[in-house]
Design a protein around this ligand. Structure first.
Ligand SMILES: Cc1cc2nc3c(=O)[nH]c(=O)nc-3n(C[C@H](O)[C@H](O)[C@H](O)COP(=O)(O)OP(=O)(O)OC[C@H]3O[C@@H](n4cnc5c(N)ncnc54)[C@H](O)[C@@H]3O)c2cc1C
Length: 524
């Protein structure tokens, strides 16, 4: 097997991975592996913006309080204070890297409001194409760096620590073969888990690989039950990846209406349409259940065409292609899986419980989001904690011992890696796509916005049986590894959900029998 040697290996080319790579010392050799195309990530899709306290009316305390309220006060306070206080500096750094945030005619940066924010502190670029604008600059800077080598369409499938040298062997798979990339430090920045569900705003590569890799390498996972559902994905497409209607539409006055045209959010929360996402998603779910519908409506018709087209060019263009005109038509929306709050436990330098493995961005869990993420805090998390990973690696990586030369035997799912890449027929024989779909159906039915203990038990048993089948049908293909990872991550989410009471975006309803028993008990 080919062996490539690097000082640092970064798994993932989203904002977290690339921002980390840009802040590593330039005399370190850095590898970045990306499962899909190098320029394809969820970071690219971010619409609403990036939160930072930049106006004199706003304060760090207010940003902190909003983050804690959204997170149900189970956040790591040190991580929150780090996030909000470092925000303006990192916004500055993004501007240095070439990002042009939207400004008014006098050159003052424009900000918008999103759910859970008490001030307009969300900076945006190109209207509602903030992620694209940020990533264009970050990608451009990355390809200029001589010390960074990019491995596209290359999936990391195993991380093994050599106990004698302390180095890591990261086994990656491209369309031809397994390769071993040996590094002194590894940064996991693989993003979220949206593809575990039938409908998501995420790209379909979001199968939770980094979490499964980390677990296998001995890293601790935390808060796995917290999956955030975005209240307003466009309803209408029969595809897994749904188009997001940014929360900034509600920030600019958009109102959610049910089948009877009622603005129902005022019945659920005093913050109405701008309540935190878990509250809005659950309220929509309840309204859909009551009315027997598959979506509700988002109404922003009080704004005119000119304003909507320039403020939300991405959303406006998408809806127009669907025959929907925001200035006169209501938009059909429904909640879908969006953001993973839990993940690999990481400290304020992104250090995991395994020395030398770091995690940052959506895959990590520093506790910054508590039980539910405040809108537009995640791009911010990528840059604040991505930079801190780099700072720690720069300080320590050269103290690590040097590499050994021999390639150790590594076994993947019981099989040696020196094997033929799977062809289409071999893949069809194993029905990986069918199993992937089954996992998505099970997770959507039982581990979604509203959960019950009975549903979680059933989901666990069904996913465990898929896992047991798959692990005995190992093939050299990314699909095999993805389905295995989905099983591992799904089981971790379910176990954590079983063990936690409802809070934030984890909501358990009593089953029919439990409800009956507690109602009876009240009358005894
Ligand atoms: C539609 C949408 C809109 C959003 N809007 C906003 C917003 O307005 N503001 C905000 O703050 N947040 C927003 N978010 C959330 C935010 O974009 C993400 O949380 C953040 O970008 C995650 O960045 P990341 O670098 O951690 O992961 P990602 O950007 O998801 O990148 C993950 C990378 O890991 C790679 N990868 C995965 N598995 C492997 C593997 N096994 N081997 C190799 N590579 C692998 C992928 O190919 C990809 O390159 C939005 C998310 C979506 C989906």
């Amino acid at each position: 097997m080919k062996v490539v040697q690097k000082d640092v290996l970064i798994v993932g080319s989203g904002l977290a991975g690339l921002y980390t790579s840009l802040h590593l010392d330039q005399d370190l050799s850095v590898g970045v592996v990306s499962k899909d195309r190098f320029d394809k990530s969820n970071s690219q899709l971010a619409q609403g913006g990036i939160a930072s306290c930049i106006s004199t009316e706003d304060s760090f305390d207010d940003h902190m309080e909003d983050t804690l309220v959204a997170g149900n006060f189970v956040n790591n306070v040190d991580a929150v204070s780090m996030l909000v206080e470092k925000a303006p500096g990192e916004i500055h750094r993004l501007i240095e890297l070439g990002v042009e945030f939207d400004t008014d005619e006098e050159g003052m940066v424009l900000t918008t409001l999103e759910g859970g924010h008490s001030y307009r502190r969300v900076l945006h670029a190109n209207g509602d194409a903030t992620g694209k604008a940020i990533m264009e600059s970050v990608l451009d800077q990355t390809v200029r760096r001589r010390n960074i080598e990019i491995f596209e369409k290359t999936m990391a499938v195993k991380i093994e620590k050599d106990s004698s040298s302390g180095d890591f062997d990261v086994i990656v798979l491209n369309d031809k073969e397994y390769i071993c990339i040996r590094a002194k430090a590894v940064v996991i920045a693989t993003g979220g888990v949206g593809a575990l569900y039938k409908n998501t705003t995420n790209q379909m590569f979001s199968t939770g690989d980094g979490i499964a890799l980390a677990k296998d390498a001995g890293c601790k996972l935390v808060d796995m039950c917290f999956v955030q559902f975005h209240p307003t994905a466009f309803y209408g497409e029969e595809i897994n990846q749904r188009f997001l209607i940014t929360e900034a539409v509600r920030g600019e006055g958009g109102i959610l209406r049910n089948e009877k045209n009622e603005a129902f959010m005022e019945r659920y929360d005093r913050r109405k349409d701008l309540a935190p996402r878990d509250v809005v998603a659950r309220s929509i779910f309840t309204e859909m259940g009551k009315d027997g519908t598959e979506h509700v409506w988002l109404d922003i018709t009080h704004h005119d065409k000119h304003y909507l087209e320039s403020r939300f060019p991405t959303v406006y263009g998408f809806l127009k292609d669907q025959g929907i005109y925001m200035e006169k038509d209501m938009i059909p929306v429904a909640p879908v899986a969006h953001y993973f709050v839990g993940g690999i436990e990481a400290d304020l330098y992104g250090r995991t419980s395994v020395d030398g493995i770091y995690a940052c961005g959506e895959v990590s869990s520093t506790g910054v989001h508590g039980a539910n993420r405040l809108a537009s805090n995640s791009l911010l998390e990528c840059v604040v904690f991505g930079k801190r990973c780099a700072i720690h690696i720069n300080r320590t990586v050269n103290d690590r011992r040097t590499h050994i030369n021999s390639v150790r035997k590594i076994r993947i799912a019981g099989a040696e890696y020196d094997r033929e890449v799977c062809d289409d027929k071999m893949m069809n024989d194993c029905h990986f796509e069918d199993y992937m779909k089954s996992i998505q159906d099970i997770m959507t039915a039982h581990v979604g916005i509203v959960r019950t203990d009975e549903g979680l038990d059933e989901a666990y048993l069904r996913i465990e049986s898929i896992y047991n089948w798959i692990r005995h049908h190992d093939r050299v293909c990314t699909m095999y590894h993805q389905v295995m990872n989905m099983c591992v991550v799904a089981m971790e989410i379910i176990m954590d959900a079983k063990n936690k009471d409802s809070i934030g975006c984890h909501y358990k309803e009593k089953s029919h029998w439990r409800r009956l028993c507690s109602e009876r008990a009240e009358h005894v």
